[in-house]
Design a protein around this ligand. Structure first.
Ligand code: SF4
Length: 326
């Protein structure tokens, strides 16, 4: 093995302020349609009041990252300020609980992104992909238009916010379209340097039980991982969600270029049929194959100096504690 054998993951707890979403992506089983009152400014949320959020964080003391995942309200809707205020409040609660928030809330206005960037050491937004297969799946999802997503990568770069993006793979796109999408991300990284990780997420069908990835699909995705490692600058981490990938082929994915397994909570709220593997089990298994699994913060070390002084101080202290714990 010629590369660094360390594989990182982020111990996380997921908070979902609302599943109400004005988009309707063709693959989504997470959303619920917004109620008319929510669009008109009456916050309904999904029961995640301050006390409930604090209880969820307290129940997972090992989580250093608080992943905020939410459905979206339309830009300009009278309900949006309340929705946004809730994201800000939950970010503050995460910091107050000694954790670091990482928010994935869809496209944000310049003002919204700048505000959340003061509380979140990193933000996330999937590029998803480009080509007709994505256009068909996103026909009723204005937030998922490619131009909107690219403008978000640009805006985050201008603001200097460490950023996570990624591709949803296996929805009918071609290998060339995957390469084109990776090359676009590489261009943003060359311009701004803020892309800390790219998630290569195999699309998995929802349902009561997990559907295994076909061996031919795994082979195709391994090629994409290797191409991503070649196309993207070396500082960009390549992330694969381990619960969406066959365990007996994980080593091949690492050898192809994956070096991060992302935020791992006790379950997966987006793909609930795909249970998370125990990281104790995963770590033992990887050690036997010559790899070392290590926890990290939601912001990777290289980007900690980018943060505002209070966030930087917090992240540096937590990173030192992680290092001391081995
Ligand atoms: S934007 Fe996200 S939550 Fe909304 S429909 Fe699409 S995948 Fe689901």
């Amino acid at each position: 093995m010629s590369r660094d054998p360390v594989i990182t993951w982020s111990p996380s707890v997921t908070l979902v302020p609302t599943r109400a979403c004005f988009n309707a992506c063709g693959y989504c089983s997470f959303r619920r349609p917004p109620a008319p009152g929510e669009l008109a400014g009456g916050w309904l949320g999904d029961g995640l009041e301050d006390g409930a959020a604090q209880a969820l964080m307290a129940a997972r003391p090992e989580a250093l990252e608080v992943l905020l995942l939410t459905g979206e309200l339309p830009p300009g809707s009278s309900g949006r300020p309340l929705w946004f205020g809730r994201l800000r409040r939950l970010s503050e609660l995460a910091l107050a609980a000694g954790r670091l928030p990482h928010t994935n809330a869809g496209p944000l206005s310049l003002r919204e992104m700048a505000c959340l960037g003061r509380f979140n050491p990193s933000l996330g937004l999937m590029l998803e992909g480009l080509g007709p297969a994505y256009d068909a799946l996103h026909r009723q999802a204005p937030s998922k238009q490619l131009a909107v997503r690219l403008a978000q990568l640009e805006q985050a770069g201008r603001l200097g916010i460490p950023f996570t993006t990624g591709l949803l793979l296996g929805v009918g796109e071609s290998a060339a379209q995957r390469r084109d999408a990776l090359e676009l991300i590489a261009l943003f990284q060359q311009r701004w340097g803020h892309i800390q990780e790219v998630i290569l997420q195999p699309w998995r069908p929802d349902g009561a039980a997990a559907a295994p990835l076909a061996p031919a699909t795994v082979n195709e995705l391994l090629t994409t991982i290797a191409e991503a490692r070649w196309i993207l600058p070396p500082e960009v981490h390549l992330q694969l969600p381990p619960n969406l990938w066959p365990a007996d082929r994980l080593v091949e994915a690492l050898e192809a270029g994956i070096d991060d397994l992302g935020g791992i909570d006790t379950g997966d709220v987006i793909n609930p049929a795909y249970p998370q593997t125990s990281t104790v089990h995963l770590s033992g298994w990887l050690e036997r194959h010559g790899w070392h699994l290590r926890p990290r913060l939601c912001v990777h070390r290289r980007w900690i100096p980018w943060l505002s002084p209070p966030l930087r101080h917090r992240a540096e202290t937590m990173a030192q504690q992680l290092k001391a714990a081995g």
